[in-house]
Write a protein that binds this ligand. Structure first.
Ligand SMILES: [Zn+2]
Length: 391
């Protein structure tokens, strides 16, 4: 990308869909990289070889939102639009049933992320079946993106930026400013990938938990607002004839003290579901030999050593200070995805195939009480305000 275009493009992105981008590029890239570390060895060599590319492509869904009007709603689902008391009881889990109840247009308006994740998982399974290297890389990256979005509480509400409760800017504060500023404090240790029998159920469980954190997300900010003067709360920047307001570093510090544990918890939960869905797609496709898809050949000694250094840094929690996080590095110019050679015709090397254990519901230390939720999404007059969606 030309240097001069980048600021304009970023500005356009920000203007086009408010701040609802989902984790920011930093978070998405971190999630994708860690997902690679959580894979079983039969998959890890292939994924590690292609990690720079998968990490780079995992932000593509956000990058194309501007050009593709149908992209925006794929990144969220506004559960409280359907009901503030029992949204998860009201929205059918299966797409066809949800369409029958609410119409496809309504679903499109209020977001389709759970079904988009399912679609990506099916695409990935098919790519594995076809031994389609380019497809495997692409859909692994995209699956990671949308799963990452589902872990962000503000992706489950009509009040996605705090705009209905006089807390505008909360979205990028939560998902970009905090992780970028406090990543060294966050523990990125996740669980190993596990086969998921019922992905749709797992995705809805994830969304339920995200939704469960909304109360805290808003209330903790409101608490800071009460004690911090407005002139300390925000910083302003002027660009392209527009003034942008964002939360100050001071505010971010206070907010991190209040919700940093939650941000960390969602940030490290996402890779486990990402890697588990990659694994499930691979297993559903009959566990194709991924070493045979690698070009040129299976992992080298250097690659294995580098991976084991990274794995131990990840386990020790020193990825960030060891400068091993790709999200911290400048994006290097890498091969275009369509130029990566598929190794379909290369000779097949047998690979050991450890049996992945079946999935159990992940245990969660900080289960939010969904029944006690208070999510403010109505305006003062009691009517739901219309928000700017996508383009
Ligand atoms: Zn997104």
């Amino acid at each position: 990308m030309k240097k001069t275009l980048l600021p304009l493009l970023l500005a356009a992105l920000i203007l086009a869909h408010g701040t609802a981008s989902g984790w920011g590029f930093f978070g998405h890239r971190t999630i994708t990289q860690i997902a690679v570390y959580e894979l079983p060895s039969a998959m890890q060599g292939f994924y590690y070889r292609n990690m720079p590319e998968i990490v780079r492509l995992c932000t593509a869904p956000d990058e194309r939102r501007n050009d593709d009007p149908s992209e925006g709603p794929k990144h969220f689902i506004d559960m409280d639009h359907y009901s503030e008391d029992d949204p998860f009881g009201k929205v059918p889990r299966k797409y066809d049933e949800a369409v029958a109840k609410f119409t496809a247009d309504t679903l499109k308006k209020y977001g389709t992320v759970p079904w988009v994740i399912m679609e990506m998982k099916d695409n990935l399974t098919e790519a594995f079946r076809q031994r389609d290297t380019v497809g495997i890389i692409k859909y692994s990256a995209e699956l990671s993106h949308y799963v990452g979005d589902a872990f962000v509480p503000l992706h489950t509400t009509v009040n996605y930026d705090g705009q209905l409760t006089d807390q505008k800017g909360l979205h990028s504060l939560w998902e970009s400013q905090l992780p970028e500023k406090f990543i060294t404090e966050y523990k990125l240790d996740g669980e190993s990938a596990k086969y998921i029998k019922d992905p749709l159920n797992e995705i809805w469980t994830t969304l339920g938990k995200s939704y469960g954190f909304l109360g805290e997300t808003f209330d903790r900010a409101a608490k800071i607002d009460k004690t911090m003067k407005p002139e300390v709360r925000f910083t302003f920047s002027h660009k392209y004839g527009k003034t942008t307001r964002r939360y100050s570093d001071k505010y971010a510090e206070e907010y991190n003290k209040a919700v940093g544990g939650m941000v960390d918890y969602r940030l490290k939960g996402a890779p486990t579901l990402v890697s588990s869905l990659w694994l499930s797609a691979w297993q559903d496709a009959g566990k194709p030999d991924l070493n045979a898809l690698m070009h040129p050949g299976k992992p080298s000694k250097e690659e294995k050593e580098k991976l084991s250094t990274e794995l131990s840094a990840w386990k020790k929690g020193t990825l960030v200070q060891d400068q091993l996080l790709l999200a911290q590095q400048k994006v290097k110019k890498v091969e275009e995805v369509d130029q990566i050679k598929s190794a379909k015709d290369m000779e097949v090397t047998p690979v050991e195939d450890p049996e992945p254990t079946p999935a159990t519901a992940p245990t969660t230390p900080a289960e939010p009480a969904t029944d006690k939720l208070k999510v403010k999404t109505k305006g003062k007059d009691g009517s739901e305000k219309v928000k700017q969606k996508g383009n």
